[in-house]
Design a protein around this ligand. Sequence first.
Ligand code: KIV
Ligand code: ZN
Length: 515
Amino acid sequence: MDIKTIKIFDTTLRDGEQTPGVCLEASEKLEIAQALAKLNVDVIEAGFPIASPGDFAAVSMVAANIKGPTIAALARASKKDIDAARQALEKAERARIHTFIATSDIHLEHKLKMSRVQVLAQAQEAVRYAKQFIQDVEFSAEDASRSDWDFLCQVYTAVIAAGATTINVPDTVGYTTPAEFGALIKYLRENIPNIDKAVISVHCHDDLGMAVANSLAAVSSGATQVECTINGLGERAGNAAMEELVMALNTRKEYYRAATNIDTRQIYRSSRLVSTLTGIVIPPNKAVVGDNAFAHESGIHQHGVLNNSLTYEIIQPELIGVSRNNIVLGKHSGRHAFEERLKHLGYELDSQAINNLFVQFKDLADRKKMVFDRDLEALVSVKKAEIPEVYRLTYHNVVSGNKTVATASVQLTSHGKVVENASCGDGPVDAIFKAIEKAVGFEVGLKDYLLKAVTAGEDALGEATVWVEREERIFSGRGLSTDVIEASAKAYLNAINKMLAACGCPSEGQGEEVI
Ligand code: KIV
Ligand code: ZN
């Protein structure tokens, strides 16, 4: 049987970063890009360089450091955007410029205020311009699924003639259906005379919950590149989820006669990493990577799975990197067992990082009887946010109750100095955040706060995520502890430290310096 290879174009760092509330630091983007390279994606869309200096820097950093996948940068169909994209991609081993312009009448009339003739000319000119610098040029007709099919054929024919090597068909607003989208791809294949010179790609949004189904219908009709994001992140309801697309093609390979180059064993780890770094929690019932994806609740199912897992499991957990063999570590576990477990979970860390983590592990094992894989994953992910620790929590005390006003006092160290302060608040978390704000001496701009347990049980590790805003940028911080107040305070300081690293100190600290 002929099995065609479907290219995976990952846009977690570009469309995924457009998820409301998500704002990744350059170092976090690099970490995700490293995970994408391990997954063996074909293309990483690293960002939209013209959008901001931060985006430009992040694309340059990914381009300079990631080998293997093609690195793509987004550009509107304009010289200015294309110049920014090609400059950001300068150091890439393999580079792609991804340029786009809208083609639907609704966008032409209300957004671009251009005629079809003008759009056609601008699209062709943009591709011709990009082609002077980089051979690999992708063109997207934004809102293609609501565009006139014959106009789309005209535009795609013109851009392929100008040198586009990939033509992307976005369902920008998640409007299409599998049958309709499959028919559109077939129509394009049959009515674009030079289609043999380009790869057909699709980019589906999930507004009606059909992004993955629409992408798969397109594959059945001849698309050979799919654009997607880890955990389905993206603008509004998100994009097609990479893990779902890849596992659908992997599980139903004979049906689709298609496969990807993805190393599926990296799926689970990458999904957790993206969730941790973005703060977007994975729903337990999420296909493929949700906590319940391999949980069998009913007795009949459990009985079947014990006899033969194939009775109720169409994906073996090991295939996406989830171990059935959930070895638990505890306070008597040595460095060797700890290191082996990290390796088993897919982490490749240098000995310095393992030493630091081992200290944290021992501390955790003292507070918590059993340390599970999820606890280790959480420790690794928090350790990885490597930013200068301008403020560090050295002491905290909180008093709260249903008949008392919550009060908190904190002691922080900063550049060898000790600052202290105290505050009341509406509950213990509010009190400690206010005490920290007084100690650092500037308004922090708290936007959001999330607390979740990493594992079940009374002594579960709590993971807090905090979002703060400065200069229209959002910074997220994470903190871990079996004490949820401490986890919250650490997360708040982590976000503050990130903000200081990016924007500098807004004013002198007014906290009470005691040493
Ligand atoms: O959704 C969309 O149309 C896009 C394009 C820029 C490809 O993200
Ligand atoms: Zn999109």
